[in-house]
Write a protein that binds this ligand. Structure first.
Ligand SMILES: [Zn+2]
Length: 293
């Protein structure tokens, strides 16, 4: 792979596994109206969504070598349909050296999860599957109550060695079911699908960081990303981050509400007193292992 060295203080390329570039117009009118209140910012976001080259320029400035673009299917709460996956796949297509895509399957309504999974992973080159329990309105372990779509996704990803990224923690969007963001529900998934690579997005913040920390230590294939966590909070929530370094991935959740840009986030993280070897694992090596096997 190309060793991009964009952050002057580091001699390797940093990977931000969790950013959002979406077909914003697909969002439900009230959410869209909320976003459009800041017109300048919304135009900025849509210009990025139209042109991946623009994002690459922003990554260059921020010192980010590679980024994972997240989209997920949540027709009821957010408005995103399966078409959001096509957007992601097309978006990264010309920039595989810099971008990879997380896609998604609707865990409640999908009529053909096996076929959709094959389309995303085997044909469109999607690198990971995102499940957003609070926005999709389902518990990650709902298969214990009869859901048959989730196990199809978990088994299909496990078989292919593709990670499943699950939202954990709270979310500000109206209608979201926060209880499904409790990472303890993912303990079942890790037990029942022991080879599945799982990423706890946002490490359970702010309510369940201790649970997330416990799960990454307990299960060999469970990881967590630091996205959406203000770097200055990390020492309080994860005082032993160095010791978890093999299971932690860097991500920002940019441009989510209240999230500073990728570069500002990264610089704040680099101010933490962390061991250089641990840092390299979190900023790059673990992501390469999971998303570029
Ligand atoms: Zn996110």
């Amino acid at each position: 792979m190309v060793a991009l060295r964009l952050q002057p203080s580091l001699d390797y390329g940093v990977i931000d596994i969790h950013i959002h570039v979406a077909p914003w117009e697909m969002m439900h009118a009230p959410i869209l109206a909320q976003m459009q209140k800041n017109r300048q910012h919304f135009e900025f976001l849509t210009s990025i969504a139209r042109d991946a080259g623009r994002l690459i320029g922003i990554m260059d400035e921020a010192g980010i070598a590679r980024a994972g673009i997240i989209n997920y299917v949540a027709p009821e709460i957010m408005g995103f349909t399966f078409e959001a996956n096509r957007f992601s796949a097309d978006y990264v297509k010309q920039h595989r050296d810099r971008l990879f895509a997380h896609g998604s399957i609707d865990p409640i309504h999908s009529k053909d999860p096996e076929g959709e999974l094959s389309l995303l992973l085997d044909e469109w080159g999607i690198a990971a599957i995102k499940i957003h329990p609070p926005h999709q309105g389902i518990a990650p372990n709902a298969y214990l109550e009869g859901n048959t779509i989730l196990p199809t996704v978990y088994e299909g990803c496990s078989r292919r060695g593709v990670p499943v990224v699950l939202h954990t923690g709270t979310t500000i969007f109206k209608g979201a079911r926060i209880k499904y963001g409790d990472p303890i529900l993912i303990d079942d998934v890790a037990c029942d699908f022991p080879d599945l690579k799982i990423v706890l997005a946002h490490a359970g913040r702010p309510l369940w960081t201790e649970t997330a920390r416990f799960l990454v230590k307990r299960h060999p294939h469970v990881y967590m990303d630091l996205s959406g966590i203000p770097p200055q909070r990390i020492p309080r929530w994860f005082p032993d981050l160095d010791r978890l370094a093999d299971k932690v991935l860097w991500g920002t959740d940019w441009p989510g509400p209240g999230v500073p840009d990728m570069g500002t986030n990264l610089r704040a993280f680099l101010k933490q007193d962390l061991d250089q070897t641990s840092l390299r694992r979190m900023l790059r090596d673990n992501a390469l292992k999971l998303f570029y096997p």
